[in-house]
Design a protein. Structure first.
Length: 291
């Protein structure tokens, strides 16, 4: 398959009308800016993003897969099991990247690989596709000079891929939805709800997300904790944040955050001086940022 830009006007929204917004006020992701995906890609993508990955300090793990362009090449970043302290800002020059983030469980149907094959790795797209196809996409994105235009090219590539992708596993999508809607959900309850054995459920989730439902729930609890921490109406005490996020108590929160992020909850929710916690805008209404 050769990815060819063009012919994607119908059902899209101008990139200029979808403004970039800071991802959050947390120090761990102050480098990141996002914008909402166009309507025709909203069922496939969480967002389109941009940022200097040379400034990335401690990335927030999630069950998503990203496709991104940086320094003339296109890369795939798989689901993570834990964060890492990056030394990039001390040893690397600026590395301005632009990417798209797939909804949980969607990327395998687009890329043709199990998410477990991408777990905790960042791999050049040319290692998954033939050199010609990956180089064509990298060149099309790289020849654009502005973030908006580069993001548009990546979104066009996703449209071409969508025309050939198979449908995501409905079981995986249901598991993701249930875990996001419920603060607590056991593997046994999820297996019963999907009419599968726990072993079958674990296998389906590992293909879709890179790991089983129990670990997926752990990652989502950390994400829920961070979403609440960013909210201006959040509980003021860490213990109340812990319970509201689905943890049994503050000790449970501390253990899991240390395991996933390598830091304490207090350190994790420190805010950037220029963008305090609670100021997170929605991607569609953020401050416009040029190239």
């Amino acid at each position: 398959m050769t990815l060819i830009a063009g012919g994607h006007d119908a059902g899209t929204t101008s990139s200029r009308s979808r403004r970039w917004a800071r991802a959050s006020g947390l120090l761990v992701d102050e480098w990141l800016f996002e914008r909402a995906p166009p309507p025709d890609l909203s069922e496939h993508l969480v967002c389109t993003w941009r940022g200097d990955i040379g400034e990335m300090w401690a990335p927030l793990p999630d069950e998503c897969v990203d496709l991104y362009w940086v320094d003339g090449s296109v890369w795939v970043s798989g689901p993570e099991t834990r964060s890492f302290r990056s030394e990039a800002r001390r040893v690397r020059p600026p590395a301005n990247a632009v990417g798209v983030r797939f909804h949980p469980g969607v990327a395998p149907s687009f890329l043709g690989v199990s998410a477990s094959d991408l777990r905790d790795v960042r791999i050049p797209l040319e290692a998954m596709w033939d050199d010609k196809r990956s180089r064509e996409l990298a060149d099309r994105v790289g020849c654009r000079q502005e973030y908006d235009a580069r993001a548009d090219e990546l979104e066009n590539a996703i449209r071409d891929m969508a025309a050939r992708a198979w449908n995501p596993d409905p079981v995986a999508l249901e598991v993701s939805a249930r875990l996001r809607a419920q603060r607590t959900a056991s593997v046994r309850d999820l297996a019963r709800a999907t009419s599968l054995s726990e072993r079958q459920l674990n296998r389906r989730c590992t293909i879709a997300f890179g790991y089983g439902p129990a670990f997926l729930a752990r990652i989502m609890r950390v994400q829920r904790f961070l979403r609440l921490a960013r909210d201006q109406t959040r509980p003021q005490r860490i213990v109340d944040l812990a319970v509201a996020s689905g943890y049994a108590d503050q000790s449970h929160l501390t253990r899991e955050v240390r395991s996933v992020m390598g830091m304490t909850p207090k350190d994790l929710v420190r805010s950037a001086p220029t963008c305090p916690i609670g100021s997170r805008p929605q991607p569609a209404v953020g401050v416009s940022l040029d190239g």
